[in-house]
Write a protein that binds this ligand. Sequence first.
Ligand SMILES: [Zn+2]
Length: 366
Amino acid sequence: MKRRLFLIVVLLFLQGCSSVPALWGAKPFPAEKLSSLFEATPTFTPTAVASSTPSPTAVATATPSPTATATTFFVAPTFAFTPTPAPSLASIKRVIIVSFDGLRADAVEAAPMVNLIGMMKTGAYSLTAQTINYAVMLSAHASMLSGMCQSKHGVDWDVPAYYKGYSKGVDIFDLAHAAGLKTVMIVNKEKMRQLAEPATTDVYQLVYGVEAAIMRTAIEQIPLGFNLMFIHFGSPDTRGHKYGWMSGSQFQALRDGDATLGVLLAALDQYGIRDSTLIIVTADHGGHERGHVGTVIQDLLIPWVAYGPGIQPKQLTSPVSVMDTAATAAFALGLSLPREWDGYPVYEAFGLPVAAQHDKDLKICK
Ligand SMILES: [Zn+2]
């Protein structure tokens, strides 16, 4: 009897033992432990936030491989430090530069360019930005896109002159393309081909049509993907030469171009990329009467508007040069600035400490 009882006890014990591993699968997970699992979820949230907080890795992934830039270019030694990008700045995946040919600063309100004014209200802007002293289309655009004075990029002509080659030195297209970023140029004048070598512009389209056609061509590139896009509107300059700067005809051209800015913003919304796209709107030069050779300040004063992630809504107090356009685009894309560039990123637009800026009088290229 005692022996049978002993066997039963042993059997029960063994059954108990064999059921031990089954505890994890068969028995429901204790409620308090389940809730602790859910409570654990928030610990992932800070990680996600932390990854969007600027860290060298976060910036590096948004941009070129470090080897592509670090070995080729140098950060200008005048930069006392590298500002830590704000989270929203780190989310910039692409930059669009829009140039209104011949848009002088005070024409923005006079036209009026209502979309651009709206972008100024929620963006950072200057209406006292200046172009280079030789205020002509090709030379000034070369400075805008190369970040350099004319003496360095060498574009001292303003007509198609292909035997003269291309803008010299490292421009923003060189920089972005070398880093594996996709570059696009949509232009309205043939001579602009000389601003960047064909090998560095993945897409180059010359559109002779009106502003809406130019913007339509640009927007067609959005679903194909890009990191740097330059869009050029030529009509304000053409109308200025024909009918005069600040004429009704020029204002109409400016309003036509301005209307397409609204179309661009709607397209960015449609593709869900407005919050990762920095837009810079500026000009190559201003003008007066029927020309713009740089003899009066109205030829030199241009608007400079930055709109997008990380941009602080404000009127800029630091002096802005047309050459800062390339530098700001490079900075936003996480690219190291070539040492020879004369432009600086407009740090103030991002609410960052101004590490380096021009003299008040913007006499950079003399
Ligand atoms: Zn002109």
